[in-house]
Ligand binder design. Structure first.
Ligand code: MCN
Length: 786
């Protein structure tokens, strides 16, 4: 079938998206619709002295105003972090309490203290301003290094020194010994800047309590509605699981920021029960900057040692991870198991040791953002490899290649067992596409125009298809991360696929249909993907960690295996042939080598009319499956960036960006290329433009698009995207995830290119014109002094 695996099928969902017919949470209006606004702390750290809601409650159109103490009195539970981390001394992590509405203290600007429900959005906002809160301001700390310093302001009583955990991985003594004996050691301080996620659709929720049926419905901008339902019922005590329906309709991007259950969802559900209204809240853009979980924010020191032949002998890293004011759902996993387990990069390194201090600060909670831990790991490894090559006077590609892992499976010293890959193939393909041989001439030509031209590599690897329940369970995850699917063949032969994965921009309605089209040789228009509704789909773990292809689709394959077996039994019975002789092709189920056949829909009809199926067979044609892989998938690749810097101004242009990726089997090359383009745009954004900036008082100075520089089309080059794939042995389709690769691999390539151009390694992200100009001045001063 031309629409099967490998076909560039246009996205089925785009018709409604690009004609403005998408149905997002804020588009939905319930009967008895009321609107919520939150009263938020203007201080980064303060004690709540008093809170007076009487003036707000007296205002016209106000249904209710509810506060933290009332929420606690109603037994609503604290927000939890679902991944336990044990410190190196064996103690569990120090988790401070996070109430959906603050009770005694506020710990970041934007912390919610009350919810106001009124008949219109503007009335709710006006009434929120009428809530009088008296605060006693407390000292503030925003940086992780400062928060760990003696005498720093304390956020949570049960986290002395603001330390959430002090975790380690790898072996310290052999790593120290290897570094001590190394012929060359490179040492660097590496900062990974804090980012705001910025999905196009801001977060939104509508909660409806139906008193007559004692039932709750929550529409929400979630990447994992079933997990939301589970957590809301099991931990927050908002509604019993069987009486709560969670629907994530069209969701306009998430990039990780919509995995978690936020205070607003809890408060809206509770406020609906209290007020009898359907309660809707939609974040505005400033609220999004102030309250959506941020990403990254690592400060690291790294040391890498080489023998005299350029082979790596050891890598040692210390990282301070800023987790903000509270721990959100996956926050503890991001700087630990999603980060340090990838520090081996594409290289065969015998000794690795990393320790991570996770820290509370008076900032927005930090959790997964596209790549989640893996961009941070890739940045450390690829920045230090490039710097080491320069220090040793070696070609950076040659140094990398000398250390590549070449035999699989490969066990790293930091847990991961890489299953497949061909790093030489990606390097070679990228070098050819980037015309590395012609770089010297291009550099000379740029110099003739007064420009500095530089080239930078990044050879990334990531672990995605986040799943293996046994693995993640033993590493502290509260739940297994399998996926489920149901394949329903209707009596007329059309097919519905119910999946626990959730699409919020990744094109699942198309790619998931393609694998069904491939298997049953049917057009994708006859195949419907159903997702995002806990009343329709049995259960699911949702979408993050580029897992929907490798895990979600694998569950569909398992369910299709069962459907195919039944289809063959029915056809063999009707056509009086052996099951082994039955083939499915061209919209029919045939006896191979004969003209005997049933049309596909005739098999569907036979299954449901039931008088024509084998004796003892259950009627119907629908099967479900759960899939739990035994390993992650390991996408990898080589990115090469070329930049031109104007030395007068520091203004830098990315003039070429080449990607060679290994995503295993590719279902839809067009969608995969789109994913890579989007990821690289975010990576270039991080490297050159984006930065969340706090002042010393904990106020965000970058909470609008006037100050937070999102990448725009004219900041980005035309990408040159290629694939050199190896098959993933760990899932039936041989796929590796592609959704995060671009954001993981690109930042070090950009910074390596700029530092190459300016001749100064000491440059942090974002490489704004002023930062690049300042780094150039350092070089000139050094030269003048010599
Ligand atoms: N695919 C394919 N062949 C492969 C791998 C994937 O055709 N070898 C297809 C898949 O079928 C799917 C898409 O590519 O249609 C992405 O698949 P996958 O890599 O499995 O990632 P997920 O679908 O699980 O998406 C999650 C991933 C993550 S973790 C973030 S963050 C992210 C991303 O995807 N957020 C996104 N891409 C995004 N794209 C958009 N538009 N919006 C987001 O919020």
């Amino acid at each position: 079938m031309s629409e099967g695996i490998g076909a560039r099928v246009l996205r089925k969902e785009d018709k409604r998206f690009i004609t403005g017919k998408g149905r997002y949470t804020d588009d939905i209006i319930e009967a008895n619709q009321a609107y919520a606004a939150f009263v938020r702390s203007p201080h980064a750290h303060a004690r709540i002295v008093s809170l007076d809601t009487s003036a707000a409650l007296a205002m016209e159109g106000v249904e209710t105003v509810l506060t933290g103490p009332e929420l606690v009195a109603d037994g609503i539970g604290n927000i939890i972090c679902g991944w336990g981390i044990t410190s190196k001394d064996g103690t569990p992590m120090n988790m401070g309490a996070w109430s959906a509405l603050a009770t005694e203290k506020v710990r970041y600007v934007g912390d919610a203290v009350a919810i106001v429900v009124a008949d219109s959005k503007s009335q709710a906002k006006l009434a929120a301003e009428a809530v009088v809160v008296t605060y006693e301001e407390l000292p503030v700390v925003v940086g992780s290094v400062e928060a760990l310093a003696p005498g720093a302001p304390q956020l949570h009583d049960n986290a002395p020194g603001n330390l959430i955990f002090d975790w380690e991985i790898g072996d310290l003594a052999p790593t120290d010994a290897a570094l001590a004996s190394a012929a060359h050691v490179t040492e660097m301080e590496i900062t990974n800047n804090r980012l705001a996620p910025n999905p196009m659709e801001p977060r939104s929720a509508i909660a409806t309590f139906n008193e007559a049926e004692d039932h709750y419905t929550l529409y929400t901008t979630s990447q994992n509605p079933h997990v939301a339902r589970l957590v809301l019922s099991a931990f927050y005590n908002v509604a019993p699981e069987h009486k709560l329906r969670v629907i994530a309709p069209d969701v306009g991007g998430g990039f990780g920021s919509k995995i978690y259950i936020y205070p607003e969802e809890i408060a809206c559900l509770w406020a609906s029960m209290k007020s009898g209204c359907s309660v809707k809240w939609t974040s505005d853009r400033t609220e999004a900057f102030l309250t959506d979980a941020h990403g990254r924010d690592h400060v690291s020191t790294a040391k890498i040692g080489f023998d005299s032949d350029g082979k790596i002998v050891g890598l040692k890293v210390n990282t301070k991870a800023n987790l903000g004011a509270y721990m959100s759902l996956f926050s503890s996993a991001v700087p630990t198991y999603l980060y340090a387990t990838l520090l081996s990069g594409q290289y065969d390194i015998a000794n690795i040791y990393c320790d991570v201090q996770a820290v509370y600060t008076n900032t927005v909670p930090v959790d997964a953002y596209r790549g989640a831990g893996r961009p941070e790991a890739c940045y450390v490894v690829e920045r230090i490899m490039e710097t080491a090559a320069r220090e040793m006077g070696m070609d950076p590609a040659e140094l990398r290649s000398k250390n590549f892992v070449r035999s699989f499976p490969h066990q790293t010293p930091v847990i991961m067992a890489y299953d497949s890959g061909d790093f030489d193939a990606n390097l070679k393909q990228a070098q050819e596409a980037a015309d590395v041989a012609g770089f010297a001439a291009r550099k000379a030509e740029a110099a003739s125009r007064g420009k500095l031209r530089g080239m930078g590599y990044s050879n990334y690897i990531e672990a995605c298809g986040i799943a293996p329940s046994a693995a993640v369970g033993s590493l502290g995850a509260g739940v297994g991360l399998w996926e489920s699917a149901e394949v329903r063949v209707n009596p007329v032969g059309t097919i519905e696929i119910l999946t626990g994965s959730h699409s919020h921009g990744q094109g699942h309605e198309t790619t998931f249909a393609q694998i069904v089209s491939e298997r049953f040789d049917l057009p994708t228009e006859n195949i419907q993907i159903v997702h995002g509704d806990t009343d329709k789909v049995q259960f699911g773990m949702g979408t993050y960690g580029s897992r929907s292809g490798a895990v979600g689709m694998s569950a569909i394959v398992k369910a299709m295996d069962k459907v195919e077996a039944k289809v063959k039994k029915i056809a063999a019975h009707v056509l009086e042939a052996g099951e082994d002789d039955i083939v499915i092709e061209g919209g029919a189920v045939k006896v191979a080598g004969t003209d005997k056949q049933m049309l596909w829909h005739e098999v569907g009809l036979a299954a449901y009319t039931a008088h024509n199926i084998p004796e003892g067979m259950e009627p119907g044609l629908k099967e479900s499956a759960f899939y739990d892989p035994t390993n992650f998938t390991f996408p990898a690749g080589c990115y090469i960036c070329e930049v031109e810097v104007d030395p007068e101004t520091g203004v830098t242009e990315v003039v070429q960006f080449v990607a060679s990726d290994d995503f295993g089997t590719i279902i839809n090359p067009m969608i995969v290329e789109g994913q890579v383009h989007g990821g690289i745009a975010q990576g270039i954004g991080q490297a050159m433009l984006e930065n969340v900036v706090y002042d010393a008082a904990g106020q965000q100075l970058s909470a609008s698009y006037m100050d937070y520089a999102m990448p725009r089309a004219d900041d980005l080059p035309n990408y040159s995207v290629h694939h050199a794939s190896t098959t993933c042995p760990g899932n039936p389709l041989g796929m590796k995830g592609c959704g995060e690769a671009g954001a993981i691999g690109s930042p070090p390539a950009v910074i390596n290119a700029i530092t190459d151009a300016i001749g100064n390694n000491n440059l942090s992200m974002p490489a704004t014109p002023s930062a690049v100009w300042a780094a150039l001045q350092d070089v000139s001063q050094k030269l003048a002094a010599e």
